[in-house]
Design a protein around this ligand. Structure first.
Ligand SMILES: Cc1ncc(COP(=O)(O)O)c(C=O)c1O
Length: 367
C-alpha cells in the first residue's frame, strides 16, 4: 500500500548511516563497545544509574519480572489498554496478570483507584504503562506501591523521553515506530544495582563472560550460573541508537508542535488535556469519537484519501487474554472509539491540515 500520508515515517540521516556502516566495517556485530556506550548514554539521558540493552521491549519487561523475583502465585496489576507485551511479561515468569481499567476513554492511562481496588495479599507489582507517550500517574502509584510494599515497573516502551517520578525499573522499546527507533531493541533502566546485574546475566544465558570479554582476552571460557536467555542486542543497532539518541529530544518537540496543531483543528475530538500534552513524549496522536459508527466512517474517509490510521485494542478483549477478562468499561470504550492519526518526527503542518480537512466533515457526517 502506498499511502499519501503514512502513519509514521522513519528517516535516518548520514550520521546515523555512517555509525552503522562504521560498525559493520569493524566486523564486530554482537554486544560490545557500542552496546556499552549506548547503555551509558541512555542511562545518563534518562537519569538512571544502570541501563541494560536487550533485544526488545518485550525482553526488557520479561527480564525485569524475572530480576524482581516475580513468580507463580504472584499477581501483577496491569492496565488493559496497553500493548499485549505488558500483560505477557508476568506470565513469562509464571506470575498472574490482573487487568485494571484506565482513567477514562479520553485519558486512557492506568487508573490508580482501580489498582487499589484490585490489590490482594498476592499482589507483588504494578506495571504502569506510559500509553501513547503520556505519563502514567507515577507519584500516586509510587505512594501506593510504597504503602503496600509493591514493585513499580514502568512500561515506557511508548514513553521514551517522559519525565515523571520513577518506578523501580523502567523498560524501553526501540521498535520501528518508537521515538528512538532502531528496528528491534529494548532497555532496562534502574537505580538498583542488583536488579541491573540480574538482568545483565539473564540476557545472555547467565554466562559469566561474554564474547567481547573473551575477544579481548579477559576470559577464555565461562561458567553458567542461572537459567537465562538469549535476549542480546547487536552492535549495529546499538550504534544506530547511539547516533540517534542526541536527536530524539528535538524530534519529540517536533511531534509536540504537530500535536498542538492537530488539537487546534480537531479540538472536539482531542484526547487528554493541554497540560498532559506538555508532559507527553508523543508516541502517537489519537482522537476519540462519540461512537463506533463515527470512528468507522472517519477511518473509511481517511483510507479513501490515502491517509493511514491505526487502533490499539484493549487486551482483555483479545482471544488469548479472555481468561483474565473482567469488566473494564473505560479500556473497552477507549479501544472502540479512538483512532490514531499520522504522527512522526517528520510530520508536516500541511499533512496535519490535510488529515484534519478529511476528518472533520467525515466526523460530522458530511463526507
Ligand atoms: C506499551 C508497550 N509495551 C511493550 C512493548 C513491546 O516492545 P517490543 O515491540 O520492542 O518488544 C510495546 C511495543 O509496541 C508497547 O507498545
Amino acid at each position: 500500500m502506498s499511502w499519501e500520508i503514512p502513519l509514521t515515517d522513519v528517516v535516518f540521516d548520514e550520521e546515523d548511516l555512517e555509525a552503522v556502516g562504521e560498525c559493520l566495517r569493524s566486523g564486530w556485530l554482537t554486544m560490545g563497545p557500542r552496546t556499552k556506550a549506548f547503555e551509558a548514554a541512555v542511562a545518563a539521558d534518562r537519569g538512571f544509574a544502570h541501563a541494560v540493552a536487550v533485544s526488545s521491549g518485550t525482553a526488557a519487561l520479561h527480564l525485569t519480572c524475572a530480576a524482581l523475583g516475580l513468580t507463580a502465585g504472584d499477581e501483577v496489576i496491569v492496565p488493559a489498554f496497553t500493548f499485549l507485551a505488558s500483560v505477557n511479561a508476568p506470565r513469562y515468569v509464571g506470575a498472574t496478570p490482573v487487568l485494571c481499567d484506565v482513567v477514562s476513554p479520553a485519558a486512557p492511562l492506568i487508573d490508580v483507584e482501580d489498582v487499589r481496588a484490585k490489590l490482594t495479599p498476592n499482589t507483588k507489582a504494578v506495571i504502569a504503562v506510559h500509553m501513547l507517550g503520556y505519563p502514567a500517574a507515577m507519584a500516586e502509584l509510587r505512594a501506593l506501591c510504597d504503602r503496600h510494599g509493591l514493585k513499580l515497573i514502568e512500561d515506557a516502551a511508548q514513553g521514551f523521553g517522559v519525565d515523571a517520578p520513577r518506578g523501580d525499573v523502567a523498560c524501553l522499546s526501540f521498535f520501528s515506530k518508537k521515538q528512538l527507533a532502531v528496528g528491534e531493541g529494548g532497555m532496562v533502566l534502574t537505580d538498583d544495582e542488583a536488579v541491573a546485574a540480574k538482568v545483565r546475566l539473564l540476557r545472555s544465558h547467565a554466562m559469566t563472560s561474554g564474547t567481547w570479554d573473551r575477544h579481548r582476552g579477559h576470559e577464555d571460557s565461562y561458567d553458567v550460573v542461572g537459567f537465562g536467555f538469549n535476549f542480546r542486542i547487536d552492535e549495529p543497532r546499538a550504534a544506530l541508537g547511539l547516533a540517534r539518541l542526541p536527536k530524539v529530544a528535538a524530534e519529540i518537540e517536533h511531534r509536540r508542535v504537530m500535536v498542538r496543531a492537530y488539537r487546534e483543528r480537531l479540538g472536539a475530538y482531542a484526547m487528554f488535556d493541554d497540560a498532559a500534552v506538555e508532559r507527553a513524549s508523543h508516541f502517537a496522536f489519537t482522537v476519540l469519537f462519540e461512537d463506533v459508527e463515527t470512528r468507522i466512517r472517519v477511518r473509511e474517509a481517511l483510507f479513501a484519501a490515502g491517509i493511514q490510521t491505526t487502533r490499539y485494542p484493549a487486551v482483555h478483549r483479545l482471544t488469548e487474554f479472555e481468561r483474565y477478562a473482567t469488566p473494564l468499561p473505560h479500556s473497552a470504550a477507549a479501544a472502540d472509539r479512538h483512532l490514531a492519526l499520522p504522527l512522526s518526527a517528520h510530520t508536516t503542518l500541511e499533512q496535519v491540515e490535510r488529515v484534519s480537512s478529511v476528518l472533520l466533515p467525515a466526523a460530522a457526517g458530511r463526507a
